[in-house]
Design a protein around this ligand. Sequence first.
Ligand SMILES: Nc1ncnc2c1ncn2[C@@H]1O[C@H](COP(=O)(O)OP(=O)(O)O)[C@@H](O)[C@H]1O
Ligand SMILES: [Mg+2]
Length: 359
Amino acid sequence: MEVRLEGITKNFGSVQILKEVNLVFPSRKFVTLLGPSGCGKTTLLRMIAGLEEITAGQIVFGDRVVNRLAPKDRNIAMVFQSYALYPQMSVRKNLGYGLRVRGTVSADVDAAVERVAKILEIDHLLDRKPGQLSGGQRQRVALGRAMVRKPDIFLMDEPLSNLDAKLRVTMRSELRRFHLDLNATTVYVTHDQLEAMTMSDLVAVMHQGVVQQFGTPAEVYSRPANRFVAGFIGSPPMNFLTAARRGNEAEAGGGVLSLPPLSDDATKAETVVIGVRPQDLEIVPVSGNDRLKGKVSLIELLGSEKLVEVDFVGVRVLVQVRADFPVKEQSEVFVHFNPDRLHVFEAESGQSIVKRATL
Ligand SMILES: Nc1ncnc2c1ncn2[C@@H]1O[C@H](COP(=O)(O)OP(=O)(O)O)[C@@H](O)[C@H]1O
Ligand SMILES: [Mg+2]
């Protein structure tokens, strides 16, 4: 089912928490609301669920405005960060609880529980109590409890944040698989950009109650609409260099760099911020076009890669190279800034001014 948010605004007292959010979540897609803590993700999700009043705007499921519909009439399922299973009930009873209280006949409850337990690969655990399960297994039971009702829309608020790092990685791919089996529109909330990038069909990047960009993971990564999105997505984070622009060149770090083609309305931007990812920079042995001379101040081994910190005049950047790349601390190097890999933002507004073909 398609979910449309039209001009959604939320005030708590006199404070505006969400500002005119306009988003369309296509039917059956996995959509993520991504942003730092406090940007309004949970509030927006709770409004979709019907748990939070809407100050202004409309929420539409399919062709039906649901603003006034009670949560139980929205055919949604929710999994929150802190989920509580009934400790005295078996996994089977926990999974079927939501259906039983709605008066579903027991043969249908059993069938639904079996179906979901199979998808989640917890069918061998059905007769255990929650206390006899690992954290990851309990998390799957919580997911299963939400899935048994065949919801149209599946809402998840940071469901992996209580799990340890290794289990989170496994659960990412499992959640993606569940989504493909479940066939519901999924709205997933996280502050973890890697989670968003790996699981989603579409990502809405939020900051201070405003949607900054809505696109596929590839779009928000390679064509960030502004400096906030550019800095929030990707690890290690993008390098930023303030630069004085002259035409299609810019002075930064004690040298001159060629810029990518800029949009037509960018001619007035004299001070720009150049963004470049550590993975997109290259350390080269000799001077040349689009190369800045610098000094290696620090090297950090990451495993198969290493991060090289290079100091230029007035600015410092991180360059990511393979672990076996020959480079020494304190040595002088040249760093190549390939214009095709550069992002350019207007200094004041932070908006991207790069002209790029659509992906
Ligand atoms: N019931 C409430 N009353 C007042 N302010 C609230 C309430 N709930 C959330 N907020 C505020 O709204 C902002 C967004 O919160 P939230 O939606 O929980 O953010 P996120 O989930 O992105 O971390 C925060 O500044 C938070 O303090
Ligand atoms: Mg939250």
